[in-house]
Write a protein that binds this ligand. Structure first.
Ligand SMILES: [Zn+2]
Length: 140
């Protein structure tokens, strides 16, 4: 069994409603994302000797995660305050991305895991750095 991973970075603006510290204010992060896939090697064909073609993984993550989320205001659509901000940004033609939960590193990591798994990838772990020294791992 092999494990392969690919790294990405993306920027997000968010806030954490109800947080007891400075994260209740609008701020941003440059996230570092590591997508780990577990599997055996293709035995034949153009992908022979690979778990997954890194180029294919890049395309999938680009389309499903980075294109919709990078440089967006990420918000919890259950929060009235955040939804107000998102509505204003939408009206101003600024990028937003709604989630059905709080936008913590943990929930974002789980969302990415589930989104990529639903695409048929054999994801074994998502590691998401919110800062260079703080990261979350969500695994199967
Ligand atoms: Zn934050």
């Amino acid at each position: 069994m092999f494990k392969v991973s690919k790294e990405f970075t993306f920027d997000i603006a968010h806030l954490l409603d109800g947080h007891d510290g400075k994260c209740k204010n609008l701020h941003g992060h440059t996230y570092r994302l590591q997508v780990e896939i577990t599997g055996n090697l293709y035995k034949c064909g153009p992908k022979k000797g690979m778990v997954i073609d890194f180029s294919d993984l890049k395309t999938i993550v680009q389309n499903l995660i980075l294109d919709p989320m990078d440089h967006a205001f990420l918000y919890d659509c259950n929060s009235e305050r955040k939804s107000k901000i998102a509505k204003l940004l939408d009206e101003l033609a600024s990028k937003t991305f709604a989630m059905n939960h709080r936008t913590t590193a943990e929930e974002i990591a789980r969302f990415i895991f589930n989104t990529l798994q639903a695409e048929g990838l054999n994801i074994s772990a998502i590691r998401l750095w919110e800062t260079p020294t703080s990261f979350c791992e969500y695994c199967s």
